[in-house]
Design a protein around this ligand. Structure first.
Ligand code: MEV
Length: 425
């Protein structure tokens, strides 16, 4: 009997057609014909598109996309597409937005659309001299960077500024050059990475050092999206609720253990819009968390205060490197549609809406946590998942879910009993 496990060494897997790849995976993992049919169904993302987006493509992973309602942002009503696997994320934004709608909703702004790319220089005995030598080349660097992307320059973007820092590391002093580039409606990774790679040999030559990494920084702190909103005291349920929410914020801002969860909730909203619009969720998440730690201790991305009249004022500020051109935003048909629903004309507009969604998400989380607790609302939605896991279909899902919530037992075994009872009837 051959008990050897199948080998994952599959030479030239990427050169196979999609059907052959699925066949090879099926053989490896012992997949049934139904499983293969499932993988072959790519839904509304054409196979040819998906196959060109990543390597070794074998299927799509569909995530539900909902729209957040009730949002009024900078005086304009928006429906905001959100792609998420987590129940209650969309509902949280809708609820927060509903409670702020009559008071005018969210006001947003942005610090700019500048991205930073870094060039690492090592092996210089006189790093301070090297730093000045690089700074002297400002105009050469500007010309070199702008020559890399004439289209960006034509659209009003391009090189903006130069910063050179000397840092102490375990490997000795390093001279780190930042090129700061306005990437306008592009997220800008390709543009700035190209510039950094082009520039690096010149930096090495000017300083007689050795350049190593040439890559953007996800700490996009020259691309900060901001949103603020005031929730009237009577809309949120009075001073007791407000004070409990403020205390929850004080907790998060003082304690990294809580801040991680607090900011995770914010990113529930942020990442869902970033994903729905085909943008890079990891870039935005890395930027947000690094920004949250900018003071030397990881803290809250939002602030919460009571206004002079006693209402609840929330604000958020975080890096938001998102684009409307390039990458999946243009290639993925659902991302294109999401942008159409949003009706945004610029990357800045998109970034500002995302900041408002992050703030709304945080409002709902704090309110739920500071009052009824998160499980009540969460479980009502989670019960539907559990009902489906137990095999409920169509109208059965709501019936079974309601029964689970009523019993206060959102469990698969209880769902199976309820489903059996329902079908027996
Ligand atoms: C769950 O996904 C998000 C929350 O934990 C956020 C928070 O605690 O603020 C509810």
């Amino acid at each position: 009997m051959n008990t050897a496990s199948p080998s994952s060494r599959i030479g030239g897997f990427h050169k196979l057609g999609v059907a052959e790849r699925i066949e090879r995976v099926a053989r490896f993992a012992g997949l049934a014909v139904d499983d293969q049919v499932h993988l072959s169904d790519t839904g509304n993302l054409p196979v040819e598109t998906a196959d060109h987006m990543i390597e070794n493509f074998v299927g799509t992973m569909n995530i539900p996309m909902g729209v957040a309602t009730n949002l009024r942002i900078d005086g304009r009503d928006r429906l905001v597409p959100m792609a998420t696997e987590e129940s209650s994320v969309v509902a949280a934004v809708c609820n927060a937005a509903r409670q702020s709608y009559d008071a005018g909703g969210f006001i947003t702004s942005m610090s700019g659309t500048r991205m930073i790319a870094q060039v690492q220089l090592t092996g210089v005995s006189d790093p301070q001299h090297a730093r000045i030598r690089i700074l002297e080349r400002l105009e050469d660097i500007r010309a070199m960077c702008d020559a890399c992307d004439p289209v960006l320059v034509k659209l009003g973007g391009g090189f903006r500024d130069l910063e050179v820092r000397v840092i102490d590391t375990r490997g000795g002093a390093m001279v780190i050059t930042h090129i700061i580039v306005d990437t306008r409606d592009a997220m800008g990774a390709n543009a700035v990475n190209t510039m950094a790679e082009k520039l690096a040999p010149h930096i090495a030559q000017w300083t007689s050092g050795r350049t190593n990494l040439r890559i953007l920084s996800n700490l996009a702190d020259q691309r900060l999206a901001r949103a603020r909103c005031v929730w009237p005291l009577d809309a949120i349920g009075g001073a007791e609720v407000r004070d409990a929410m403020l205390s929850a914020y004080h907790f998060a801002d003082a304690d990294p253990y809580r801040a991680a969860t607090h900011n995770k909730g914010i990113m529930n909203g942020v990442s869902a819009v970033v994903l729905a619009t085909g943008n890079d969720t990891r870039a935005v998440e890395a930027g947000a968390h690094a920004y949250a730690a900018r003071g030397g201790r990881y803290a809250s991305l939002t602030t919460w205060e009571a206004t002079a009249s006693g209402d609840l004022a929330g604000a958020i500020e975080l890096p938001m490197a998102v684009g409307l051109v390039g990458g999946a935003t243009k290639v993925h048909p659902t991302a294109r549609l999401a942008l159409k629903i949003l009706g945004v004309a610029s990357a800045e507009e998109l970034a500002r809406i995302i900041a408002a969604v992050g703030l709304a998400q945080n409002f709902s989380a704090l309110k739920a946590l500071a009052t009824t607790g998160i499980q009540k609302g969460h479980m009502a939605l989670h019960a539907q998942n559990v009902a489906m896991m137990a095999g409920a279909l169509g109208e059965e899902i709501d019936h079974v879910a309601q029964a689970l919530v009523a019993q206060g037992a959102v469990r698969i075994d209880v769902a199976e009993v309820e489903l059996g009872r329902l079908r027996g009837r």
